[in-house]
Design a protein around this ligand. Structure first.
Ligand code: MN
Length: 232
């Protein structure tokens, strides 16, 4: 058995509705620009050639209901309300027609973003890590099993800040379907249980400040909440 210089970090895990056991996180993938109206508000055209991805460190996960500090190095911290899916069985080079079988469940997610740093790196054609791989920036609500959620499409996806609606769309507005995302990502990675995929945000992203309370919902899923505390 290996000896460690210090105790290795335990996996973070997400609660699952109807289960006492939690879903341990292996990786967190995120899809960029998956709603046309959001791509437009970011000043870019939608590229139907292929989806694109970025990642968040699994330790960036924090449970719904938390209060997080306003992050260092930013003056423009944004919410992005998203549908997350979680993988339930290994998938590599899986066909779109089979991809649903690899999805264990769904949850509400927040892809919290240092927008100023993301845009600065974008304009310099540098990686997005400082903007996107932010500590406490991967918020996920309790997972609902796929069979309980039903077909993705008609559900409303909604986010409010301090009770005021900011994002309001439907999952049918997704450019790349959840099956297309799983199939495409599986061309590049051996997807496996523990992999979480955030599927992109609709239009209406915007900043939060210390003291703000975010509430997000998708019909049929456990809602998501986040409070923004003071800067550290
Ligand atoms: Mn996002």
């Amino acid at each position: 058995m290996s000896q460690f210089l210090f105790p290795p970090l335990a996996s973070k895990s997400i609660p699952v509705s109807g289960e006492s056991a939690e879903y341990p996180i292996h990786r967190i993938f995120c899809v960029g620009r998956n709603y046309a109206a959001h791509a437009a508000e970011m000043g870019v055209e939608v590229d139907r050639e292929a989806p694109f991805y970025f990642t968040k460190t699994p330790s960036a996960y924090i449970a719904s209901g938390a209060t997080i500090p306003y992050p260092p190095g930013s003056e423009n911290f944004h919410y992005e309300m998203e549908l997350a899916l979680v993988i339930g069985k290994p998938a590599f080079k899986i066909a779109v027609s089979n991809a649903a079988s690899a999805i264990y469940g769904y949850a509400c997610a927040l892809d919290m973003t240092r927008r100023d740093l993301q845009q600065a790196s974008r304009s310099k054609q540098r990686p997005w890590d400082l903007g996107k791989d932010v500590e406490n920036s991967a918020v996920v609500s309790t997972i609902t099993k796929a069979e309980s959620f039903g077909k993705v499409g008609p559900q409303r996806i909604h986010l409010s800040v301090n009770g005021e609606t900011k994002q309001d769309a439907h999952l049918s507005d997704l450019i790349w379907s959840v099956e297309e995302i799983v199939s495409d990502l599986s061309k590049f990675y051996h997807l496996q249980p523990g992999d979480v995929i955030m599927t992109g945000t609709p239009a209406g992203v915007g900043p939060v400040v210390s003291g703000d309370k975010i509430f997000g919902s998708i019909n049929g899923l456990a809602p998501i909440e986040l409070a923004i505390g003071p800067a550290e």
